[in-house]
Design a binder for this molecule. Structure first.
Ligand SMILES: Nc1ncnc2c1ncn2[C@@H]1O[C@H](COP(=O)(O)OP(=O)(O)O)[C@@H](O)[C@H]1O
Ligand SMILES: [Mg+2]
Length: 295
């Protein structure tokens, strides 16, 4: 059992008390083991996780802020559609005789637009609701598609051409879907940032999922941006490292933390041509047996 004992100098220390009986009449040894060091390490580890979680939250809020332009665009389109179709319906109802078939069509289009707007909200909620991490079977292709859909307007505005190469029949991974989507969003956001100053070539973005050799699924995001200084490779994933004037430098640090918590790996490489590729891989064979994966 764990208890507290006083040292000779009076300091109280946590100890592990072990009783070893040597005979049936109750005689035996009492062994005390000093737990101070173990406790200190445990506290340190807990603090480390707390800091990572705080960073993840800061990153989430920052991403939401950055996404707001895109979200506005995603919502504005269906809302404009709704207003136009309602106006048209009113006019057609007022005409003599009212063109009911056309009104029906316009109302259907209104419903479809309403549906679209509500899907945007649902996706956002799913991505930004603050709930306990939850491991579930996740289809990486589907999770990625959702994130791309949310950034669609922004890709268009910044003339980024998105191409996806998703492996068919990708095995499901046991993961926290929202956290993985956070990672993907960070990678897409960085890729867009890296291409924001590019004017002399197409802003191609390739998002590829594949089955890796080592029992993992891999997702990579390849951009045609400015790339990075190869000497800074190790720094990219450090917290608060940023080369952007308005960068916080937590996106990649948080992303790698999330991926490693899923027993995966994350890395960066420079392309043969312009730009960089950021990838992560997550094992899929482990099933639901990831003990304490996400704290
Ligand atoms: N796709 C990319 N191409 C080139 N450099 C990148 C890319 N993604 C990240 N980086 C580099 O890594 C740094 C850290 O990224 P990140 O942790 O997301 O923070 P931030 O985006 O706030 O700068 C960036 O400032 C940039 O220098
Ligand atoms: Mg970033």
């Amino acid at each position: 059992m764990e208890t507290v004992r006083a040292r000779k100098d009076g300091a109280r220390v946590p100890v592990l008390l072990i009783c070893v009986p040597v005979s049936s009449d109750g005689a035996g040894y009492l062994i005390y083991r000093d737990l101070a060091e173990t406790k200190r390490l445990q506290n340190e580890q807990r603090r480390y996780h707390e800091i990572q979680l705080e960073l993840a939250n800061v990153n989430r809020i920052a991403t939401l802020g950055q996404l707001s332009a895109s979200i506005a665009h995603e919502l504005n389109q269906p809302l404009t559609g709704i207003i136009i179709n309602c106006g048209a319906s009113l006019r057609m109802l007022a005409s003599m005789p009212p063109n009911l078939d056309a009104v029906q069509d316009a109302v259907r289009r209104t419903m479809r637009d309403g549906q679209r707007a509500s899907e945007v909200i649902t996706r956002l909620r799913a991505l930004f609701s603050k709930k306990e991490p939850e491991l579930e079977p996740v289809d990486l292709n589907e999770a990625t598609r959702d994130v791309i859909a949310l950034s669609h307007g922004e890709f268009e505005n910044s003339r980024v051409v998105v191409r996806t190469e998703f492996a068919a029949d990708l095995p499901l991974v046991t993961a926290d879907r929202i956290q993985l989507q956070q990672v993907i969003l960070n990678l897409l956001r960085n890729a867009m940032d890296a291409m924001s100053t590019v004017v002399d070539r197409p802003k191609d973005l390739l998002i590829r999922s594949e089955l890796a050799e080592d029992g993992c699924v891999r997702l990579s995001v390849k951009d045609a941006g400015v790339g990075f200084d190869p000497n800074a490779m190790a720094k990219l994933f450090e917290a608060f490292y940023s080369t952007k004037t308005d960068g916080m430098g937590v996106g990649l640090a948080v992303s790698r933390y999330i991926v490693e918590n899923h027993h995966g790996r994350m890395w960066a490489s420079l392309n043969d041509g312009p730009g960089a590729t950021f990838s992560f891989s997550i094992p899929f064979r482990r099933g639901a047996d990831i003990p304490g994966a996400l704290r």
